[in-house]
Design a protein around this ligand. Structure first.
Ligand SMILES: Cc1cc2nc3c(=O)[nH]c(=O)nc-3n(C[C@H](O)[C@H](O)[C@H](O)COP(=O)(O)OP(=O)(O)OC[C@H]3O[C@@H](n4cnc5c(N)ncnc54)[C@H](O)[C@@H]3O)c2cc1C
Length: 474
């Protein structure tokens, strides 16, 4: 069989784009396929009241500095001070999170909490985690392996203990939500470190995630990746038990030496040919796909106003911080977007059954033009994310480290030869950070016998790669 492409990437979310870029930069012929006409997946954009607005994700905080520098994937961003603020029921500011660590440590001191040691340990953790090849790696470590290695840097407790145990050593319960979502408290402290990788500082792309998806598209164009947008993949093509291409919804067949599945892992069961997986693997993925307990209740709501809402502000406020509000009936985050013509957008993301009965702080009901609610069902339509979970699969012990997305798939290979995975469903996990896409691409390069050329990252990547447990090479 002649190959049209070396690698076919299914899924044009940011992980699929990062993977495609890395593979193309190494001279491979890459085709990226997405069912949508625009890139970005859950981190894409759409319009409301004629104005571009983030589709689901709206702030960026977890892209590692070196990956950002290498791929230049971040657009211009707002990093206001304070970075985000918490409001009480009366819309008064009760806590400010500063991008500047010294100011942040002082803020906590004013609340009688000393977090300087925790921040020192988190810095040490990330240096160690990267230098010992635990983060940028084509083989996800086990929790035990991570603990053993982190011991060298005296920060293994950040993985060995649960997030709850670590936080309770430092502060009262009422402050924990600043660091981590309650559903992750009983998981390894890794999730705490994961969400704190840039000191929990988040930025907003200036023109919503539209800026982000445009940058992603630009990177692909620069590196010569071919794209097939608005096209759903329906089947895998096989040759002697090995995946060698795809069939799209319109019946087109495209041959490739390998296929990277960069979509939510639960949607793998939508693609004909998945039946060749082991029965227990299908059950494990199917359980997540159909689980009602895993299903996220996160909603995104955009409100479009004809006049400017006035949220509580810090003196000298510039840009647009995130306003976090917890009340007895709902909890979530509001962001106020730069106006476009006469439309002022406020985005809400959070947990609420009846949140659209509550208007954003500082807004006038009479000025509300329209609103748009996005829930788990919209995520299925948009991106085939059946759990509705921001991380595709929750960041709980069952799905952490080498168990993500399925035990035994910790090297970005599935059990079907030449079918790889690399999305938020893969190690290290969800949110916008691009590491899963990068690691999956490195795995493919190694399997193709190509030496990865990634300044700064290459040494640890290759060391880990040489420990590869499988001998299948595509
Ligand atoms: C409500 C919400 C709010 C969030 N907020 C934030 C935030 O503010 N900051 C942050 O960092 N993260 C946030 N996240 C998480 C973040 O958006 C995701 O973790 C991340 O975007 C996942 O990227 P990905 O590339 O791995 O996959 P996805 O973005 O899910 O991309 C997968 C792509 O695969 C495509 N696809 C699927 N099946 C097929 C098929 N058969 N054929 C062709 N294409 C297919 C889909 O169309 C999609 O484009 C949020 C998520 C949600 C749901």
């Amino acid at each position: 069989m002649g190959f049209n492409y070396d690698v076919i990437v299914i899924g044009g979310g940011h992980n699929g784009v990062v993977a495609s870029t890395v593979l193309s930069l190494h001279g491979l012929r890459v085709l990226l396929v997405d069912q949508n006409y625009s890139l970005g997946g859950l981190a894409g954009a759409r319009t409301i009241a004629g104005v571009f607005s983030s589709r689901f994700a709206y702030v960026i905080g977890l892209v590692p500095r070196e990956l950002n520098e290498w791929l230049r994937i971040l657009p211009e961003m707002y990093y206001p001070e304070p970075n985000w603020v918490e409001l009480n029921e009366n819309d008064e500011i009760v806590f400010r999170w500063w991008s500047d660590e010294t100011r942040l440590v002082s803020e906590f001191k004013e609340h009688g909490i000393d977090i300087a040691d925790l921040f020192r340990d988190l810095r040490r953790f990330w240096k160690c985690y990267k230098e010992y090849g635990l983060y940028y790696t084509p083989i996800a470590p086990s929790r035990e392996e991570a603990v053993q290695i982190l011991d060298k840097c005296r920060v293994s407790y950040l993985v060995a203990k649960t997030a709850r145990e670590i936080l309770s050593d430092y502060m009262p319960r009422s402050y924990w939500d600043y660091f981590i979502y309650p559903s992750m408290l009983d998981a390894s402290g890794f999730v705490l470190a994961y969400y704190m990788q840039n000191n929990n500082v988040w930025g907003q792309p200036k023109y919503s995630m539209l800026s982000f998806s445009r940058i992603l598209r630009q990177r692909l164009g620069e590196n010569g990746t071919s794209m097939l947008l608005g096209t759903r993949v329906e089947e895998f093509l096989f040759e002697e038990g090995v995946v060698r291409g795809i069939k799209t919804a319109d019946g087109t067949t495209i041959h490739g030496r390998a296929v990277l599945f960069a979509a939510p892992i639960t949607s793998l069961l939508d693609i004909g040919g998945y039946e060749r997986l082991e029965e227990w693997e299908i059950r494990s993925i199917g359980d997540a796909k159909n689980s009602t307990t895993l299903r996220s209740r996160v909603k995104r709501i955009d409100y479009a106003f004809s006049e400017k809402p006035s949220p509580p502000r810090e003196p000298g406020w510039r840009g647009t911080p995130v306003y976090v509000k917890w009340s007895s009936s709902y909890g979530g985050e509001y962001t106020y977007i730069e106006p476009v013509r006469d439309t002022y957008l406020v985005q809400f993301s959070g947990f609420a059954e009846d949140v659209f009965e509550v208007l954003p702080p500082g807004s006038n009901e009479k000025a509300l033009k329209t609103y748009d609610v996005r829930d788990a069902r919209n995520q299925v339509v948009c991106c085939r994310n059946y759990t509705g979970h921001p991380d595709h699969l929750p960041m709980i012990d069952k799905y952490l480290f080498d168990k993500r997305p399925v035990p035994g798939w910790n090297d970005y290979r599935t059990s079907i030869p030449c079918l790889y995975h690399g999305s938020a469903s893969s190690y290290p996990g969800g949110e916008i950070n691009g590491v899963a896409g990068l690691n999956a691409a490195i795995r493919i390069l190694l399997d193709f016998g190509i030496e990865p050329r990634l300044p700064g990252l290459v040494r640890v990547l290759c060391e880990k790669g040489s420990r590869s447990k499988w001998s299948v090479h595509c």
